[in-house]
Design a protein around this ligand. Structure first.
Ligand code: UDP
Length: 340
């Protein structure tokens, strides 16, 4: 299928995963409109794309109805939402509404445009899981009033809304449940474990291990995650699909690996375990393998090396000028066929 002049909207397009996705979409030949409210996204993630004739960037918060200038999108990726527990708990009302209202507004846009819509959901829909590994048919174990619930329940509500519309005939939808994604463009102060450990190791500061460090996560390199998102969008699959790395590590193992890869002599420092911190998390990716032919390719060690290289450069850069786009620049790039 030709992608020329096909328009793709990416909300959260200046975010960590969104910016990588925009790059890949442009490389495929799509026209890409990235919308972001820049709460956790950053213009410098996509600065290098601004010269691309098929790329445009606008400021928009998905809790508001999507501007008509975004009409014309044939494909929509809804990635807008802070994903770091430290960030999403800072403004819990906004977090909950971002998932809930964002889903509503984008479903409306997709229906208006006859577009295909992919919702970035999360492993957090499984909460602190009692089933291990987590397959998509597991309903999860979520504290509906805990500090993580603004995110977990927000994402669960978004899924519920998608499937409510599905029952009313909206069939061109996709739901990806993303498990701990990492890679270049995580922010140094992001608060997630991979960025925290790498930055602490490079600065020679203690690595902050929450709890006993025996809790597990399964870390997926961002290129693999984006590859999964693209495959899911291309496929005819309207059931939720886990996208994550089936290899599980304890937080302590991650700390040791970061220390060895950075050559850092930082020590480990214990901190209290945050409330409701899931004890184990690992995706069952049987569905992604069989329906999308997808599985992660990048080994943790290799992905961490690339991420460490990125952070070395980031921490070296002293000061940069970042220009945010003015509010309301929510328009498609000039049609290349017309503008020549
Ligand atoms: N964690 C940690 N030290 C840190 C940041 C996080 O030990 O500096 C732990 C956290 O308690 C959790 C795991 O690392 O068990 C992953 O945390 P993260 O915030 O990256 O994402 P989550 O999977 O909890 O959403």
């Amino acid at each position: 299928m030709s992608t020329e002049n096909q328009r793709v909207l990416v909300t959260g397009g200046a975010g960590f995963i969104g910016s990588h996705l925009c790059e890949r979409l442009l490389a495929r030949g799509y026209d890409v409109l990235a919308l972001d409210n820049f709460s956790t996204g950053h213009a410098d993630h996509v600065n290098h794309l601004l010269h691309h004739p098929g790329f445009s960037l606008g400021t928009h918060d998905v809790t508001e109805p999507v501007p008509e200038s975004a009409d014309g999108a044939q494909l929509i990726f809804n990635l807008a939402c802070p994903a770091s527990p430290a960030f999403y708990q800072e403004d819990p009302v906004q977090t909950a509404l971002t998932s809930a209202l964002g889903a509503l507004h984008l479903i409306k846009l997709a229906r208006r445009n006859g577009a295909r819509l992919l919702q970035a959901s999360t492993s957090e829909v499984y909460g602190d899981p009692e089933v291990h590994p987590q397959h998509e048919d597991y309903w999860g174990y979520v504290n509906p009033i805990g500090p993580r619930s603004c995110y977990d329940e927000g994402k669960r509500f978004a899924e519920a809304l998608f499937y409510a519309y599905r029952r009313e005939g909206f069939s061109s939808m996709r739901v990806a449940r993303l498990f701990n994604c990492y890679g270049p463009r995580l922010r140094p102060g992001d608060g997630r474990v991979v960025s925290n450990f790498i930055v602490q190791a490079l600065r020679g500061e203690p690595l902050t291990v929450y709890g006993d460090g025996q809790q597990t996560r399964s870390f997926c390199y961002v290129d693999d995650t984006v590859d999964g998102l693209l495959r899911l969008m291309d496929a005819d699959v309207d059931v939720p699909v886990n996208l994550g790395n089936p290899i599980e590590n304890t937080v302590l193992e991650l700390a040791e690996l970061v220390l060895s890869l950075t050559g850092s002599r930082s020590r480990l420092e214990r901190r209290p375990l945050p409330a409701d911190d899931p004890k184990r998390r690992r995706p069952d990716i049987t569905r992604a393998r069989s329906l999308l032919g997808w599985e992660p390719r990048v080994r943790l060690r290799d992905g961490l090396e690339r991420t460490i290289d990125y952070f070395r450069c980031e921490l070296d850069l002293s000061r940069r000028t970042v220009v945010l786009p003015a509010k309301g620049v929510n328009t498609w790039a000039v049609n290349r066929a017309v503008s020549g």
